[in-house]
Design a protein around this ligand. Sequence first.
Ligand code: NDP
Ligand code: 8X3
Length: 255
Amino acid sequence: MRPEHPIVLITGASSGFGEAMARLLASQGCHLALGARRVERVKALAEELQKAYGIRTFAGSVDTRHTASVDTFVAEAVEALGGLHVIVANAGLASGTFKMWETPDEDLEAMMRTNVEGVVKTIRAGLPHVRKAGWGHVFFIGSTAGHQAYEGGSVYCASKFGVKAMARSLRLEVNGEQIRVTSVDPGMAETEFSNVRLKDDAKAAAVYQGVKPLTAYDVAECVRWCLMLPDHVNIDEIQVKCTDQAAVHKLHRRS
Ligand code: NDP
Ligand code: 8X3
């Protein structure tokens, strides 16, 4: 049965989409488990939201590339909050814009280990608790890069095509249980994403030059909407782009 105040676990809650989802879902009365490597950020956010909305929160350090780190984070969150209903496997990144044959191992491993392996590890650790609750929702955060490949994006696109495949597989695997599975797949959104990818703040700002990109809150709103729909309604995939972006390569720049 749907709980009045679902317990939601979000990875990558220290910035961008994860932080925005935490803020929006807290305002809806959800209890929150927030994780990221920059633990001081998630702790401050959890404390702020607990005070503002009277919800229960847990904040912990997690590196989703590592099984032990994920397992500990999830176990501590479940213990602190008394269960788990919703998993948002959001932690992820792009690292560089390399042609495939130029991709350094470091960037290759960062993307595949976080965007693919980290998602498996997060859901693998959390799903038994969602099953135990008997009602739940798993969110994957994919990308338009999981629908359309582009130059300089071979590994990132591969990882996000992978996310789409995992969401589709999991939906088949939990069919018959009251567990909904949604992939939210955004186009360009202004977060720390481009700063991390390009490792240069001026170049990151130029990505959004003359465009009105999605905000993190636009993406968080997609998650909120899917979650709040009645139990018999499952949104499989949402591809959401800003109006200025008709396709990965088709951007209307005003200046
Ligand atoms: P941000 O860089 O703002 O946020 C990324 C989050 O992921 C941070 O909280 C970061 O926390 C966390 N993270 C990264 N690596 C790890 C790790 N190994 N373990 C735990 N947490 C990690 O970017 P966005 O909010 O934009 O990105 C969120 C998701 O959305 C990603 O999966 C991204 O691929 C996807 N996306 C982004 C789009 C965009 O244009 N912004 C469009 C489509 C999809 P910390 O560094 O503290 O660990
Ligand atoms: C992020 C969107 O177009 O930079 O997932 O790959 S894009």
